[in-house]
Design a protein around this ligand. Sequence first.
Ligand SMILES: [Zn+2]
Length: 497
Amino acid sequence: MEKNNKYDVVIGLEIHLKSKTKSKMFCSCLNNTDEKNPNVNICPVCMGHPGTLPLINEEAINNIIKLGLSLNCDISSYTKFDRKNYFYPDLPKGYQISQFDFPVCKDGYLDIRGEKGVKLIRINRIHQEEDAGRLVHADNDVSMVDFNRAGVSLIELVTEPDFNSAAEVINFVKELQLISRYLNVSDANMEKGEMRIEVNLSLKKKGEKKLGTKAEVKNLNSFKSVERAILFEIERQSNLLDKGEKIIQETRGFHDAKQITLSQRSKEESHEYRYFPEPDLPPLEIAKERISKLKGEIPELPQEKRHRFEAEFGIKDKKILEIFIENKKFGEYFEKVATEILDWMNCEKIGESKYFDLIKLSCNYLTSDLIGLAKGEITDFSNKISPENFAEFTILVFKGDINSKIAKIVLKDMYDWGSDPSHVIESKGLKQIDDEEEIKRIIKEVLDCNDSAVMDYKKGKLASFQFLIGQIMAKSKGKIKPDKAREALSEELENIK
Ligand SMILES: [Zn+2]
């Protein structure tokens, strides 16, 4: 881990999010990450043909404003686009339309879990730009280019260098991913390249004010690789500093297989891109009314939901809470179940003080058994088990009408066939045996076959009691409530002289 006594670790992030829009940023070509055929979603605009003109995608601007608002940013009323000039085979125009000095969003922040409690991470800016194409390197020393991605809307977020560890970076990135998904502005799947992270890392002597020289690491396509790259860089840079050597300002790539970072090129300064205002697009003015309308469209965000779930449902288990927060649809399903539980409680005259206990029980079945039945696929289960049936199931278990063993059988049937729990219990003969005479009969049968255990018990061997309970449970297929079985067994044993 980051066992570093001599140096402070300073990390800033640049994150690209692929904006969720129907069409590309400046033309009407489809924006489809899953398109397998190369060069089908292209047109003269995104291929940079002379004489074509770009048009700003309104949906993309709405997305970036929503993200900015959710990250406590100021939204600029005046913003403009600029050309960032560079040559690369995947860039047909020879420049990228980006934003230089007037980004859409500035000066935001996000609270994350830090090393010592809640930590505020400042966001310098969020600006709008477009993606480049994609190079495909074939086996036979041939490289090909696919322009489907060229011109797709990208949101770039730049943080201040406020992170001091890999764990803080991961917490931030995961929260950003969740927020993007809640807002529906980006699916932010790292493995699909919808969220790309660049880490700027430097070290400085403990307590020193002046920042050290940073290295930038690219090609990070999973949370794991972000973490590994940071740990590797800390190690590499501290070794160099220990030897009195200098850190070179450069761009490094993360080598997944070797788990190391390798130098790619020296870092460009921004003036090397010769930014200038995009002559084909007028400045973009964002009206106050538009901003407040979009503000109204922002749904409950993950952090608000965590607080509400803790207060409203008494969920204390952080792991369970995160399953609901990370899987929005599953969280919504749980809320429907909770509403139904309240209805059932009234119906069954269960006191309100039992609500949190019932919710806890339903959470356990939802997050372990139900997810198990779905083989780990976590979604809205309404089409498998209606929230009403799930609530009824919880009540039945809570009242002890079915034990945990039978509960598993009932839940599986509910999952497979969409049946309601009382129907499964009835049709499969899983109903608890309530009839006293019937219980007595079963116990007598067990005692008749287990003379020696009865004798042992009479001689004071208490373990025999537990053995006999086990036999009774087996004989009744678990259909006698355990407390009832214990009570009736004690009574019968008393009667034996
Ligand atoms: Zn196009």
